[in-house]
Write a protein that binds this ligand. Sequence first.
Ligand SMILES: [Zn+2]
Length: 268
Amino acid sequence: MKNSLRWIDIGVNLTNTGFDKDRDQVIADAQDAGVVYQIVTGTNAKDSHQAHRLCKKHPQQLFSTAGCHPHDAKDFSKQDLTKIKKLLTQPQVVAVGECGLDFNRNFSPKEQQLSVFERQLQLAVEVNKPLFLHERDAFDAQHALLRNYRSQIKGAVIHCFTGEAHALKAYLDLDLYIGITGWICDERRGQTLNDLVRYIPDDRLMIETDAPYLLPRNMRPKPRSSRNLPQYLPYVAQKIAEARNCSLQELSTQCFRNSVNFFQLEAS
Ligand SMILES: [Zn+2]
């Protein structure tokens, strides 16, 4: 895989215990593969704090998000909100999230998911930072809340978009960004996404690995471990470039620019 191209992985779960043994190496390997910046996903107050600490250790490569994932909404407290809000004053913490609604697994009750998500929409307005969003089988409710807050929030990216055409169109109509993961590399469940990705405007597309999850299935030879790594982002890019019928260079330029603009990263 060429590594003269520059990439930004907008969703890496680097605080995951699966990286405890070799986290620094994983970050360095991504850099060598052309992934010059990584946005470390925060999923609750404690995790967002760890993500920020990691950023401070690797200030040239890492940024992070701070928020509460819908799975963690059931444990969200007032203190968590205070902690997350404080983290969002830090320059390395570039977005509110991962937040949103997940009615697929319902690890937290729906009502709690809705209130914790709405609280984070308000937080995004207060701190004037964009949102890093998760949505699974909750399009109607998520879209309704986003529409209500759209004029007040700075922007939002639907991370790991895997929805249908109507959802894509509705999110784009709200002028949101779309994050695409290695889900698109799955020849079975990724087919819809593969067909839809060409409809995302050049200036609304971003890419991500969601490592350690979602190992791209187009890797040859297949790695022995199923653990996904940020250094595999070019494989996701390859698949997207094919689906959009554009060159890797074009895709790299577009996604890099979009990510820098959206997260207000210092362009280097
Ligand atoms: Zn997610």
